[in-house]
Design a protein around this ligand. Structure first.
Ligand code: GTP
Ligand code: MG
Length: 195
């Protein structure tokens, strides 16, 4: 699929802010600073649409983007950033879990991990949660440009073992590696939704 148009719709700080319409949604999930917003920008071929930052924990709301006038990308707040105040951290859990549990038009959850690091306990929890509730999901290991091929092979193996998941898309927002594979997964999810 080619993204022909993409625009920011809104930031949702609570459930009542979620767009009230039935367009399918693709959610981007993962640890704080893992590269969620960069993945969105790289898929869309835009630089600053989803705000990226070198300060972890920047995205604290659910950010909705309308793509090709047909579906939404949802940039979710990152988890596991220790310097976020406890009040906001527990709010994170509530906001994201209720979105994942309730949102009927959520057709694909893209779970992003850093290819340089072992997945965390929270990554494992998220993965198990998505499996348990049979939510369609795609595992993406990003920042592949920061590793040699050897290191990458080793680390992807450890992601597969830790999360008990064979299918991992190796991604780089810098080089565009994996972009076509992610778009294919999005397309399949959208096709399944409209059947
Ligand atoms: P929060 O919204 O704060 O949770 O972060 P995020 O998950 O949206 O991460 P973001 O996209 O803001 O990226 C964090 C940092 O990692 C930025 O400095 C990005 O430039 C960098 N980054 C993201 N993806 C890649 C990648 O594929 N390669 C490299 N080299 N850097 C990346
Ligand atoms: Mg972000």
């Amino acid at each position: 699929m080619k993204p022909t148009s993409a625009e920011f719709v809104k930031s949702a700080f609570q459930e009542t802010d979620w767009p009230r319409e039935a367009r399918p949604e693709i959610a981007f999930l993962g640890r704080s600073n893992v590269g969620k917003s960069s993945l969105i920008n790289s898929l869309l071929g835009t630089k600053g649409l989803a705000r990226t930052s070198s300060t972890p924990g920047r995205t604290q709301a659910l950010n909705f983007f309308l793509v090709n006038n047909r579906f939404h990308f949802v940039d979710l707040p990152g988890f596991g950033y220790a310097r976020v105040p406890e009040r906001i951290r527990s709010g994170w859990g509530e906001m994201v879990t209720s979105y994942l549990a309730k949102r009927t038009q959520l057709v694909l959850s893209i779970h992003i991990v850093d290819s340089r690091h072992e997945p965390t306990k929270q990554d494992l929890q998220l993965h198990e949660w998505l499996e348990h509730y049979s939510r369609p999901h795609l595992l993406v290991a990003t920042k592949s440009d920061k590793l040699s091929n050897n290191e990458l092979r080793k680390n992807i193996g450890s992601v597969q073992r830790t999360l008990h998941e064979d299918a991992v898309v190796v991604y780089s927002a810098r080089t565009g590696q994996g972009r076509d594979q992610v778009w294919q997964a999005i397309e399949s999810a959208l096709a399944a939704f409209s059947c």
